[in-house]
Design a protein around this ligand. Structure first.
Ligand code: IPE
Ligand code: IPE
Ligand code: MG
Length: 236
């Protein structure tokens, strides 16, 4: 039995298919997805998760139709405006995981505001992965090390990741039925337990999240050792 995960990361997938199944526009799926973000953030906080990282927009997602991309940033702005007081009340600190440069100015402005206003929060870190790509993040880290003439070792690389000072990902959940990482947290999830579920993100419930946590607790995390070593058993 493992303890609860300290860091949970979620690839929130299936918004488009959720909308399509209801003959709605894809953006309505994203809107319903934002409600699921509220729900799961609250649950993670109740469960004592230290870091929750949500994949909301990848470096590859710019290739989607322009109106969908615009709609997504609009929803983010609405979300940030509506959640600020709840985040402060629940002592949740927001952080951005990703390259802010190409993010539309209004969204950046709201993000900076909420990040600043929640920076003293101590109970949970909510990392929003926006314009995030793991390969770009790693290249950025290596470039920083080269520039400062620092040795390339694990500690130094980690210091330059967006998740610096946070625990590694223990549990990585992907909703929506696909079994891939899509360029998400390749370094931080190197030893994560993977959990794939068919449920589309807008349908993902508190009970589904609890089920993933319970599944995690049944896993034996060996980190290269043997089961007998972990259980302090003497083996011939
Ligand atoms: C995930 O849902 C949300 C984002 C990538 C922004 P999708 O929009 O990828 O939903 P599907 O995969 O098309 O159903
Ligand atoms: C991954 O979902 C990115 C986010 C959840 C934000 P996608 O739906 O974009 O992933 P692929 O392209 O199907 O792998
Ligand atoms: Mg998808």
């Amino acid at each position: 039995m493992s303890d609860l995960p300290r860091h949970v990361a979620i690839i929130m997938d299936g918004n488009g298919r959720w909308a399509q199944a209801r003959e709605l526009k894809r953006i309505e799926g994203h809107r319903a997805g934002a409600d699921a973000v509220r729900r799961i953030t609250t649950r993670a906080r109740e469960r004592g998760i230290e870091s929750l990282t949500l994949f909301a927009f990848s470096t590859e997602n710019w290739q989607r139709p322009k109106d969908e991309v615009r709609g997504l940033w609009g929803l983010l702005i609405d979300f940030l405006k509506s959640e600020l007081t709840t985040l402060i009340k629940n002592q949740i600190g927001l952080r951005l995981i990703g390259d802010p440069g190409p993010i539309p100015a209004l969204a950046q402005h709201q993000l900076n505001k909420v990040i600043k206003r929640t920076s003293g929060s101590t109970q949970m870190t909510l990392n929003l992965a926006l314009n995030y790509g793991a390969k770009a993040e790693l290249i950025h880290a290596f470039e920083q090390l080269k520039k400062n003439d620092q040795p390339i070792d694990e500690k130094n690389v980690e210091r330059h990741l967006y998740t610096a000072n946070q625990p590694p990902v223990d549990l990585l959940i992907r909703t929506g039925g696909e079994h891939r990482l899509s360029n998400f947290l390749l370094w931080q999830a190197a030893y994560a337990e993977l959990y794939f579920v068919d449920t589309l993100w807008p349908d993902y419930s508190d009970a589904d999240f609890d089920r993933a946590l319970n599944d995690f607790r049944q896993r034996e995390r060996r980190f290269g050792r043997t089961s007998a070593q972990l259980n302090n058993e003497v083996t011939p």
